[in-house]
Design a protein around this ligand. Structure first.
Ligand code: HAM
Length: 419
């Protein structure tokens, strides 16, 4: 048997209600803030990610699904969607009118990582991007929207970990300071950090090795070495967040795994997620559009890992019931026609109805099946009903049954079946 590829998985109908619930909430909340959906292709030119995310990042260096098409072009399954949105923004001249552009997206991303709980090779993100302003109010407003979304899906108000990672003016100086601090301790660092020291020293902060973390505890902090503009920007973001009552904690060691970030960077972690505890991440990326050949348009956004979010939903989340309301039970071939016909009318009223014209089971076990599907009614038709042109409607809640003509049945089910 051919099985699903390692790191991918099927989302079965039993689980899908949780996904719809989260996606619907996101669309509703993001819509309040003027975000509109954008759908970009699942694969792009490899160069987009090399230039956008950065050659020195783990994503580009070792996690991309890159392949050549039949004409020898190098293509990559998107590992994230900020660079594709920036590409689409440039390609369609979406900044023509000036002002802010707000996008959101939902869809699969691909990274060749070691699979574990909450970490997949194909995973889904729901993300937002605002292009066109470097005002700190944009950062704060998007974070406020994020908090509203998490609240709406009853994740409470998880703490936002916030930092500023500086800009091309202040980061090089900070980088030198960090290298000067870590350089003499090089031999005590893990292999990965020794490599990072050469390519991207700030990424050392992401190391999970306890002895490295110990060394990094006393390392210089970027927040102490920001230029005046970055410091002012960060203070204003924090001021707006405090005014809006958004819970956040400054995390001076927070760095992100993608090179495009400038100034604000943030993550939300959830303890229950285990090692893969980052539920979402984002920040400001003011140089990205320009580095991809577009105008100097600043940007800010975040992406939530949907797989992790769905795993973290509380038990009392009001997941919409997508089960059928009415299940038709045909006893004998003669019942099939009348059930098919009335099913059409009931669906016309908006009632969800299913039926199986060739049930292989007894009526009793079919009724158990109706109960298991949490349907409110069974609509039973046997020879007697066919002869009398009636339907037996069984209310699964109390077990009471009524014999109804088609007109009476339609009138009865016109009401809300959940009531
Ligand atoms: P990221 O931190 O690489 O940021 O990914 C965002 C979220 O995607 C993570 O916090 C995590 O929940 C989820 N995620 C990442 N990798 C995996 C995986 N292998 N399996 C399951 N979930 C995963 C970005 O992608 C940026 N584009 C976010 C952004 C948008 N920044 C600005 N705008």
């Amino acid at each position: 048997m051919v099985e699903a590829v390692k790191g991918t998985r099927d989302i079965l109908p039993e689980e899908i209600g949780r996904w719809h619930y989260v996606e619907d909430a996101a669309r509703a909340v993001f819509g309040l803030y003027g975000f509109r959906e954008i759908r970009t292709p699942v694969f792009e030119s490899t160069e987009l990610f090399q230039r956008g995310i950065g050659e020195g990042t783990d994503i580009v260096a070792k996690e991309m699904y890159t392949f050549s098409d039949r004409k020898g072009r190098s293509l990559t399954l998107r590992p994230e969607c900020t660079a594709p949105v920036a590409r689409a923004f440039i390609e369609h001249g979406l900044d023509r009118g000036g002002g802010l552009q707000r996008f959101y997206y939902v869809g699969p991303m691909f990274r060749y990582e070691r699979p574990q709980k909450g970490r997949m090779r194909q995973f889904s993100q729901i993300g937002v991007e605002v292009l066109g302003s470097d005002h700190p109010a944009v950062d704060a407003e998007v974070l406020e929207m994020l908090a509203r979304f998490l609240e709406r899906i009853r994740l409470g108000a998880p703490e936002i970990l916030l930092n500023s990672v500086g800009c091309p003016v202040c980061r090089p100086g900070y980088r030198d300071r960090l290298v000067a601090y870590l350089g003499p301790k090089r031999d005590q660092l893990c292999d990965d950090c020794r490599r990072r020291l050469e390519t991207n020293p700030l990424r050392c902060f992401d190391c999970k090795v306890p002895s490295d973390q110990e060394i990094l505890r006393d390392a210089p902090r970027i927040s102490d070495h920001l230029c005046a503009e970055c410091r002012d920007h960060f203070q204003r973001v924090r001021g707006f967040l405090e005014a809006a009552g958004i819970r956040h904690r400054i995390e001076p060691r927070l760095v992100r795994g993608l090179d495009y970030y400038r100034r604000t960077a943030f993550e939300v972690v959830l303890p229950g997620l285990g090692a893969q505890n980052a539920l979402l991440g984002g920040g400001r990326y003011d140089g990205l559009v320009e580095s991809l050949g577009g105008p100097p348009v600043p940007g800010f956004g975040f992406a939530v890992g949907l797989d992790r979010l769905v795993l973290s939903l509380p038990d009392d989340a009001p997941i919409p019931d997508e089960s059928p309301e009415v299940v038709g039970l045909a006893i004998g071939e003669a019942a099939v026609g009348p059930i098919l016909q009335v099913a059409g009318r009931l669906r016309g009223l908006g009632r969800r109805m299913v039926f199986d014209p060739q049930p292989a089971r007894s009526l009793k076990s079919q009724l158990r099946g109706v109960h298991d599907r949490r349907a409110r009614f069974a609509l039973i038709v046997g020879d007697e009903e066919v002869a009398g042109q009636v339907f037996t409607l069984r209310d699964m809640r109390g077990g009471s049954q009524e014999r109804l003509t088609e007109a009476a049945l339609v009138a009865r089910l016109r009401e809300d079946t959940r009531a």
